[in-house]
Design a protein around this ligand. Structure first.
Ligand SMILES: [Zn+2]
Length: 324
């Protein structure tokens, strides 16, 4: 969602928030390390050598748009906290191989007075995820601004680590992009250029390492339904979308996972799926707050979105799928 309403609540926000956040801020320093695992363009929790080899089917959980502060225009975040806590309960019960949160972690941008309180609460709530389950964070337009700059990206990196990076899990190459510079590169053209050169290398390396699947994660959907749909707020402009899709198709990328839309949407570009996932936080359509569970087999992936009230007790892996 746009940040255009944030200035309206600026003064209310600045004067009413201090009391409720002291606990969150006290724990900020000690939990911060968990949220800066994305460093040197990879994710520390995963051993790249070991994880490049296919092991066995697994599942992960894809979340998006926790967006602390959105329900109330940054006045508070009680509803986001309640939903995040439900998500964390599901995570700890289901025990996925990893969890990835595809951006708009907070509603406030780094230059907003409520930003640090929202970050602290996010980190407090998600530090409750079992320490054995890696939690991967992805930057969205609210995390670095609709027109990101080196300064806004640096603020994000201080709290959540790299804005683009890649990591292997059990034979699958996972690539995380900063999609806000794809959406609007005018404030940080050098970041987009560096990310582009880096992406080319990642795709080449994943192919030569014989990745079972290459999966891409970012905040903005490349498109919602059709690869050549007109430009609009929720997709990446065709000017940068079309060459990127060609590049991803050439590398045989299996799927792109995104958020930002606050609803689910699905499309395809050739064999590649474009999967847009509804929010943990405030929904903007009929899909309730929830998340996606993605099951990865050697030869295919399966995925399904669950509302918070409809999550199964456990996730069964169909071991027969990979038996040829
Ligand atoms: Zn967004």
């Amino acid at each position: 969602m746009r940040t255009c309403l944030t200035s309206i609540v600026f003064f209310i926000a600045a004067t009413t928030w201090v009391a409720n956040t002291s606990t969150a801020e006290e724990t900020f320093v000690e939990v911060n390390e968990r949220f800066t695992q994305a460093t040197n363009r990879t994710f520390k929790a995963f051993d790249p050598q070991h994880e490049q080899t296919w092991q066995r089917p697994f599942f992960f959980m894809q979340l998006a748009d926790t967006q602390y502060g959105m329900f109330t225009g940054n006045k508070g975040f009680e509803q986001e906290v309640a939903l995040a806590q439900q998500a964390v309960e599901h995570i700890n019960r289901l025990r996925p191989r990893f969890v990835i949160v595809c951006g708009d972690l907070t509603n406030a941008t780094p230059d907003h007075p409520r930003y640090q309180a929202q970050v602290a609460q996010y980190q407090q709530d998600f530090s409750q995820v079992d320490a054995e389950i890696p939690l991967v964070c992805v930057c969205g337009n609210h995390d670095i601004g609709n027109r990101p700059t080196p300064t806004s990206i640096a603020s994000y990196r201080k709290n959540f680590g790299d804005d683009y990076f890649s990591f292997w899990v059990g034979g699958v190459c996972n690539i995380v992009l900063n999609s806000s510079v794809l959406k609007d590169p005018t404030g940080a053209p050098e970041v987009l250029a560096a990310q582009q050169a880096w992406l080319e290398r990642q795709l080449r390396d994943a192919t030569s390492a014989k990745a079972k699947h290459i999966l891409l994660f970012q905040h903005h959907p490349l498109f919602l339904a059709k690869e050549n749909e007109p430009d609009q707020y929720f997709n990446i402009p065709l000017e940068r979308r079309t060459p990127l899709l060609d590049q991803l198709e050439q590398a045989d990328v299996r799927a792109v996972f995104a958020g930002h839309y606050h609803r689910n949407a699905y499309g395809r570009a050739g064999a590649m799926e474009m999967i847009t996932t509804g929010p943990v936080g405030r929904p903007l359509g009929k899909d309730p707050s929830g998340f996606r569970i993605v099951t990865v087999y050697e030869t295919e992936i399966q995925h399904k979105y669950y509302g918070m009230a409809d999550v199964p007790d456990n996730i069964g892996l169909n071991e027969s799928i990979d038996v040829q």
